[in-house]
Structure formats: C-alpha cells, structure tokens
Design a protein around this ligand. Sequence first.
Ligand code: C5P
Length: 407
Amino acid sequence: MTSLAGKSVLLIIGGGIAAYKIHELIRLLKTRGARTRIILTKAAEEFVTPLSLAGLSGEKVYTHLFSLTDEVEMGHIQLSRAADLLVVAPATADLIAKMANGLADDLASTALLATDKRVLVAPAMNVRMWRHAATQRNIEVLKRDGVTLVGPNEGEMACGEFGPGRMSEPNEILSSIVELLKPRSQPLAGKKVVITAGPTREPIDPVRFISNHSSGKQGYAIAKAAVDLGAETILISGPVALLVPPGVQMIPVETAQDMLRACEAELPGDIAIFTAAVADWRVTAQATGKLKKSAGAPPSLTLTENPDILATISHHAARPRVVVGFAAETEHVTDHAIAKLKRKGCDLIVANDVSKDSGVFGGDRNTVHLVSDGGIESWPQMSKDEVAQRLMGRLVQTLVLRQKASE
Ligand code: C5P
C-alpha cells in the first residue's frame, strides 16, 4: 500500500448524487496518511453536509468565496497552492464547463483557476449530459489543459438510465491520486529544449500565401513530453489549430526566416528538435498590394530558396548538444533519411512515411524510424504522444552520454 503521508489533497465536491461516495474516498485518503482539505460547491451542500465531512477529514470544510473568516484563516489562492493535488469529485457538467472556460464565480471554480498544481477530475452526470456535444467539447479542452480524468464508468444511473456517466468508485479515484502523486523524475530540470513545429507561411501578397498540410501535432506532443521531464521548453510554431501544452513557452512565427531568427535567439540550448514542415521556397518579391485577377495573364511567381533551419543550427557555433531532424518521405524512407543525416549535420533523423494512405499528416498515429550514425531503429506504429515520450526518453540518454564524454 503506497503511503501518501506528507501529501495534501484539495478535494472539491460538486453537487451530484454521487457525492454520497465521497465519504469513502476521504476515509481511504486518511488511511494512506494524506491530508484532505475540502471545498463544497453550493449545490454539493444539498447532498453532503460540511459537518460530516469535517468530522471525517478532521479539517475545516470551506464553502464560501467571500467568507471573511475563511479568507483570514487561509486565502482561497493559498488553499489551492498549499495542495499537492486538486481532485474534483463528483465533477458535474456545470463544474466541468466552468473549468473549461476559466470561470471563477465561487470558491470551487476560483480555487481551480488559481492553481498551478495537477488536477484530477471524476465526472458524474446523466448519460445524455455526458454525451452532449458541449460536455464532450469541454472534456477535450480539459484534457488539452493537462487535466487528468478518471471515469466516468458505464452502468445503471441514479436517474434510471444506463450508460457512461457514473462516477468512478472511491478506490479507482484513489489509484489515480496515488499515480499522480508519485514522485516524477525530471531528468531535464535545468535543461533547455527548443522545438520547431507546424507549417510556415510564405506570403505571395497581403492576403495569399504558400504553405502545407502540417498539423503540428507531433511537435506539440514532443513539447509536452519535454516539459513533463522538467525541461524549459520553447516551442517555435507556425500557424496551427492546437492548444499549447501547459508549461510550454510558445513563440508564434509565420515565415521560415522568422522561424530561423526565433531559433537563433534561443541558442544555446541543450536539445533542439526540428519537426516543422518549413516551406522550401518563398516568393522572391512579395507584392505590397493584393494581386488582381483582372490584370491580364495570371502572375508568375519567382521563388527563392528558404534557409535550412536544421542545417544552420546544426552547424552553428552555439549548436545545442543534441540536434534532431525529422524526415517526411513518401518512398525510400530510410535511404533518404541516411543522406539527410549527413547533409544536415544533425545527430538523429526521425524518418516517417507520409505517403497518401499512411494517415500521418493530421492524424494521431505515426510509424517512425530512428536514423543515426549508430544505425537504423524502426518503431512499431504508435500514437504521436507515445512517439514523443519515447523519443524524449532516448534524447535524455543521448544528452547524458554527451555530457559525460565532454567532462
Ligand atoms: O529537407 P527536408 O525538408 O526533408 O528536411 C526535413 C527536416 O529539416 C525537418 O526536421 C525540418 O524541420 C527541417 N527543415 C528546416 N528548415 C528547412 C527545411 C527543413 O529546419 N528549410
């Protein structure tokens, strides 16, 4: 049994019938030695009483945002800062919607917005409310914000309907709490990781541009993996429709030249990973006014080659210790990657097949081959998140070896 001694949980209880299970969760947390402070929403007070919760937890139970005594004892910001983990259970559709939109109109939602700690959410609601597009949209937002979910489970509900929406059992919530409170190794603490991602946009005139289909997903997943390992993570990104992972510093850029300048400004770093699909060419002379269709023959565009950012940084005097490039190929994937490794001067090329039916562009999965001086290593198909985590794990090892070699 993993001890939670010395750990402090802030439990936020929403107003749902599943609140009756919360006493058991508090008891389990107590058995493990955790300290549990509790916030009740107004609706939750209809289902459980502050008195019974205070008795069980041995702690004062907080209910009001503007209670002078509470603020004097412990301000609401401090309440969420003092915890190691925030747990929302039961998380009603309303509470989830507030979290997804950053609302802060009561003590529970304010504590959730004021926190810089990890948050675990145990949804509980009617199956139709759970399946509603608005709730599903909010859940996606929470996931992207770095919130962890437990449940909901499927089964018969208090309202008589059947389906997903039942809150997870207290022992399941406890397992997630134990997992989240496990000491996490941060081998990249104090290290700087620079990542490029997404497409670049090369303007033709003030309203048109040349670009490509890069979604940025792989680069954003790598940024998340880097920040999870404790790195100062700089994500230099072309225009994409993705949320920036919490803790990552995103620098938005449009053109290849902007991207290169932004990369150089971040040197020297420890690891640089170039996932961006940089446009190979830009329009030599960008029109200052919108090109008119009526002006006769279609315009012909003269193109100039863009700088190769990966090659430039690989050969830079302030080169990061580990430099990684990506190679999107449609045929002879590994042969081209070997040639690219030499040409660009990087330490590793992550090669992937982006041929039409691979589903890599815009998709969530990827099949990659790692090409380095040491040979070729092919990984089975996995999610872009898994590729990111495994790749970062590998780069931590490379960095440690390089550091040792230079000592
Ligand atoms: O030459 P190719 O575009 O196939 O090379 C792909 C790799 O080089 C990727 O890592 C990409 O981010 C990087 N690259 C770059 N600047 C360019 C072209 C590619 O950084 N102008």
